[in-house]
Ligand binder design. Structure first.
Ligand SMILES: CC(C)(COP(=O)(O)OP(=O)(O)OC[C@H]1O[C@@H](n2cnc3c(N)ncnc32)[C@H](O)[C@@H]1OP(=O)(O)O)[C@@H](O)C(=O)NCCC(=O)NCCS
Length: 178
């Protein structure tokens, strides 16, 4: 079993994979996505992310050569004073879950955020009944900061979310002048 993580690109292959994964009825209810997505929508979103200067990072995870996972790191807000905060999300195709793909994506996101993007605060929202995701996030140092009541509509019900965050474990500084 081999898991590789790479940047997603605006190709038909990635657009089709993103539409398949995030259009799956076992996946999109756990996200902020909607039913009836399609390849054209994802082709447009991936092309937008490919624009030079965009701070967003969108990743694809391959299991044995097939795209089975997606993840994103995005500025948490356009506000100047929130430049230190980014938000993340991820999804894995049902048949590929519980094989380490989500953990590989989170490892890549944290490494990029900590070591290259200088992110001090990583944020995410997760539905309170998504225990697999909550456990995964806790393993990577995220803590529950609060419960957001009736946060989102999901299949006809307003459901609660946890606001979770993880601070850079070892924030870099400027070395003293020799
Ligand atoms: C949440 C999600 C991304 C996790 O992805 P995943 O690929 O299953 O994650 P991992 O495989 O790294 O870890 C999940 C579990 O599998 C276990 N696992 C990992 N590799 C394993 C292996 N080789 N054998 C057995 N178990 C394994 C992990 O220990 C973990 O167990 P736990 O739930 O008891 O803590 C995935 O369930 C998903 O996409 N869900 C739908 C969308 C969603 O809810 N996204 C999150 C929105 S906030």
């Amino acid at each position: 079993m081999s898991i590789t993580v790479r940047r997603a690109t605006a190709t038909a292959t990635d657009a089709a994979a993103f539409a398949r994964i995030m259009g799956d009825p076992a996946v999109y209810p756990g996200l902020m996505q909607l039913p009836y997505t399609n390849e054209a929508l994802w082709a447009a979103r991936l092309a937008d992310n490919d624009q030079p200067g965009k701070p967003d990072l969108v990743l694809a995870a391959e299991l044995n050569g097939e795209v089975v996972g997606t993840a994103g790191l995005h500025p948490a807000s356009p506000a100047l004073r929130r430049r230190h905060a980014s938000m993340i999300g991820m999804s894995v195709a049902p048949a590929a879950q519980r094989q380490g793909v989500g953990s590989a994506l989170m490892t890549a996101l944290c490494d990029y955020a900590d070591r290259w993007a200088g992110v001090l605060r990583l944020e995410l929202d997760v539905y309170t009944d998504n225990l697999t995701a909550v456990r995964l996030y806790q393993r990577f140092g995220f803590v529950i900061e609060g419960t957001l009541r009736g946060y989102a509509m999901r299949d006809g019900q307003y459901v609660d979310s946890y606001a979770m965050a993880r601070f850079h474990p070892n924030p870099p500084g400027i070395p003293p002048q020799a």
